[in-house]
Design a protein around this ligand. Sequence first.
Ligand code: AMO
Length: 438
Amino acid sequence: MKRIHATEAVELDEGAKCKLGGWLQETKNLGGIAFLKIRDRTGVFQVVVSKEEMEDSFEKTVNIPRESVVIVEGEKKDTDQTEMGFELHPISIKVETEAEKPLPLGVVDKVDAEMGTRFDNRFLDLRKREKRLIFEIRKHLLEGLRDFFSKEDFIEVNTPKIVAAGAEGGATLFDVEYYDQEAYLAQSPQLYKQMLMAAGFERVFEIAPAYRAEDFDTIRHTSEFLSVDFEMSFIESSKDIIDMTSYMIRHALSYVEEHCEKKLSELGLELEIPEYPFKKIPYRECINILKDQGWEWEEEPAIGTEEEKRLGEYVKDEFDTDFFYITEFPTEMKEGTFYAKRKEYDPSLTTYFDLEYKGQELVSGGQREHRYDILVDQMKEIGLDTEAFQIYLQTFKYGMPTHGGIGLGLDRFLQQMLDLPNIREAILFPRDTQRLEP
Ligand code: AMO
C-alpha cells in the first residue's frame, strides 16, 4: 500500500484502509487503550491502540520513544474527538527508525529553547509546524517573484559566485583560495548584471546567495543571504527602476496572500499590499524629519539602523504604510557605489534609493552611470584603482545603454513580512560570525 498524508486520509470514506507515516509526537497510555499522536508534513493524526486487540505488542507500542518514525496501516474511523476529524485503528504498526533518548531538543515543548540550541539541532527545530510554515511561505514568496519576472519578460540568469573583485566595498569580502589567484565570494551580482546590459539582454534577474563578511551580529545581517536582483536597460530615469520595484513588491505580496491565506491566518498575520505609488522621501528630507523630532547625532547626521526604525514609525503614523523609499542618496553617502548615476541638476545627489519595510532596509538600487568617461572619473574620485576594474570597465566602451537595477534581501523580506524577531528564523541554516554548522 502506498503511504498517504493525513490530509489525504481526511478525504477517505469511513472504514477505508490506508497507510500513514510520520514522527511519533506523543503517546497517552490509559492502560487498556492508548492514543498515539503522529505528525506528518500536513498535520497530526491519532492512532488508537487497544490492549485487547494488540496483545503482546501493546507494551512495545506504547513505549516507542518520541520522535521515532512510525508507519501505520489501519482503518479510518471518523470522530469529532480529534482535530483532523478521524482516527486510525491499526492493523500494523511499524517502527521505521527509533529515536534515541533524550532528544537534544524538544519538538512539542511549549517554551522555545534558546536560539543557539535550536539552531544546533535545526532539523529537530524545523519539525515544529510554526517553524516549517515560514519555509512554506518562503517557497510561495520566491514563486511570486519568479512569476512577476516572467510576466515582465525578464531572463533568469546565474552569475559567478567566485569573483576577482567586489561590488560593495572591500571590508566585507570573503577570501577564497582559488588556485594561485586571489579570489572572493560574490557580495552582489551587480557588475555581472551590468555586463548583461552591455550584452543586450535588456532585462535580467537573478535569485542567488550573496556573501558578506559582516563582522558584527545583528538581527538583520547574515554572512550568506539570498539576493534577489534585477537589472533593466533603456530606462528614462531611476523612476523606471522604482516603479518596477514597487510592482515587484506588490505582485510578490499579493501572490503570497493568495496562496498562503490559511498559513498566514494560522500565524495571525495580515499582509499590507502597499498602494502604488509608494511613499518617497528624499534622503535630506529624512534627516530634516528626524531633526524636527529632536533626533541628535554625535557626528554628521546619517541614517543608520535606529534612524530607519524611527522613520518607519513616522511614515506608519503619518501615511499608514509600512513601505517607503528613501530617495536621492547624497553622492558622499554612496561612496562605495562608484557606479551610481548622479542627478543631472545636482551632482551632489545620486539617483540611488532604498526601499524601507517596517523600519528596515529591504531593497537598494538605482540608475547606474553608463557613460565610460564619467564612470572612470567617479572611480578615481574615491581613489579606486581603475586597472583592477578593467574587465568591468571595458563593457562600457562598446555601446552601453542606460540602465539600472536593485538588490533585495529575500530573507529580510520574509523576516519583515512575518514579523520574525531575527533574520535567522527565515533561513534554514544561517551563516554568521559564530555559525558554520549545521
Ligand atoms: P545592498 O548592499 O544594499 O545593495 O544589498 C541589497 C539588499 O540585500 C540585503 N542585504 C542583506 N541581507 C542579509 N544579510 C546581509 N549581510 C545583507 N546585506 C545586504 C538587504 C539589502 O537591502 N549591488 C546593490 C544592489 C544593486 O544596486 O543592484 C547591493 O547589493 O535587504
